[in-house]
Design a protein around this ligand. Structure first.
Ligand SMILES: Nc1ncnc2c1ncn2[C@@H]1O[C@H](COP(=O)(O)OP(=O)(O)OP(=O)(O)O)[C@@H](O)[C@H]1O
Length: 237
């Protein structure tokens, strides 16, 4: 199986402090990595480097065979990012926002793709409303549609469940299941149950370092819960 994502000796320093400290792991195509760890462990910093939003201080990231430092534009075409920032224009409608991204990525038949995506996230009926009139959960749903507009091979998710009600969480789970085939996922989550349910691989960080990386099935849920408790006990960095 092809390697979808390879992270080698990755470090990010802010001032003298290492937020991510010598992290290495590799994921095969189609894997779903859940990243866990206490506040300040370096999860978002890691995800931001994968998303080309932050430059590594040391080490390399190879995503879909492309070196992130050398060709960040090509990497951006291969990824979709769902984060706390919805990356939407509040004064544009849901449809206008998605059309903008679809055209930016050169999607063929953008109108059709946008309607499909809005339908998939349960917002087709609100497509002509401005995003500023949406609730947080609805905005999050448009943001999920935005992240999938370019049909990315790697999807990066930072706490995707935050702000979603149980119904929207269910829609999100179904959406992920429906787009999961042939894609690789990296998801930062504080929700152990949700994260483990989706994961094929698990990464636990504390103080920027890898505490555990492996296939989910290498450990029983109880063993994992014990490991996580110990990690959280390592505290905020
Ligand atoms: N732009 C920045 N400038 C300085 N320090 C930063 C910056 N971004 C993150 N840090 C520091 O890096 C460390 C890791 O932060 P990060 O946001 O990656 O943690 P996290 O695991 O995502 O935490 P949380 O679970 O609270 O979201 C923290 O000590 C944080 O203060």
């Amino acid at each position: 199986m092809e390697t979808a994502l390879s992270v080698d000796h990755l470090t990010k320093s802010f001032g003298g402090r290492k937020a991510v400290d010598d992290v290495s792991f590799a994921l095969p195509e189609g894997a779903f990595l859940s990243v866990f760890g206490p506040n300040g462990a370096g999860k978002t910093t890691l995800l931001r480097m994968l998303a080309t939003l932050s430059r590594p201080t040391e080490g390399t990231i190879t995503l879909a065979g492309i070196d992130v430092k050398e060709e960040p534009e090509r990497v951006r075409e291969a990824i979709g990012l769902i984060s706390h920032n919805p990356m939407l224009y509040p004064d544009l409608t849901a449809e206008e926002n998605l059309l903008l991204y679809a055209k930016l990525y050169g999607v063929s038949d953008p109108q059709k793709r946008v309607i499909e995506l809005l339908d998939a996230v349960g917002l087709k009926h609100r497509r002509l409303d401005r995003v500023r009139t949406f609730s947080r959960g609805m905005t999050q749903r448009v943001s999920i549609a935005r992240a999938l507009v370019n049909d990315p091979s790697v999807v990066l998710l930072d706490e995707p469940y935050s702000g979603l009600d149980p119904h929207a969480m269910h829609i999100f789970d179904e959406l992920i299941a429906s787009v999961r085939e042939d894609r690789t996922f990296v998801m930062v989550s504080h929700d152990l149950d949700k994260g483990l349910a989706l994961a094929s691989h698990v990464l636990v960080l504390a103080r920027g370092r890898v505490v555990h990386f492996g296939e989910k099935d290498q450990m029983s849920p109880d063993e994992f819960a014990d490991l996580y408790r110990t990690t959280v006990g390592m505290g905020v960095s």
